[in-house]
Design a protein around this ligand. Structure first.
Ligand SMILES: [Zn+2]
Length: 131
């Protein structure tokens, strides 16, 4: 592998934060819980925008890595900042996904699986006590 690119990849590994990993795991859990699409449409749009921004940063990183490959490593110092920008946005996405999960107005009955309102005291299908 190109030594310049190898150096960049090592740098990327070194700056990868635990927070970003944690955000990823939280996002997975939140995605499974997210249900009320109508109420969360705006939040989903926010996630879409954040992902679009992340794609833009990935592109910038790719260009810097390529320039380093050609011997021009004058921009490699900017990489830490780019990585931080992505970490930040991933954390924000996890936050928004949490919000979506929390704005959900329904609750799945643990016994029969029926989607009940969060306000229901008992499941309307099987009568299991909710909450
Ligand atoms: Zn039930």
């Amino acid at each position: 592998m190109d030594p310049n690119v190898k150096a960049i990849l090592e740098r990327a590994k070194a700056t990868a934060t635990y927070a970003a990993e944690k955000a990823g795991r939280m996002a997975d859990a939140a995605t499974k819980k997210a249900g009320d699409m109508a109420a969360s449409a705006k939040l989903n749009l926010q996630i879409f925008d954040l992902n679009t921004e992340i794609d833009g940063v990935y592109k910038e990183i790719g260009k810097i890595v390529y320039l380093a490959h050609t011997g021009d490593d004058s921009h490699t110092a900017e990489l830490d900042d780019k990585f931080a920008q992505i970490d930040e946005r991933l954390a924000k996405i996890a936050e928004v996904r949490e919000t979506i999960a929390n704005t959900k107005t329904t609750l799945e009955c643990p016994v029969c699986g029926k989607e009940c309102s969060k306000d229901d005291a008992f499941c309307s299908k099987c009568g299991h006590k909710l909450g």
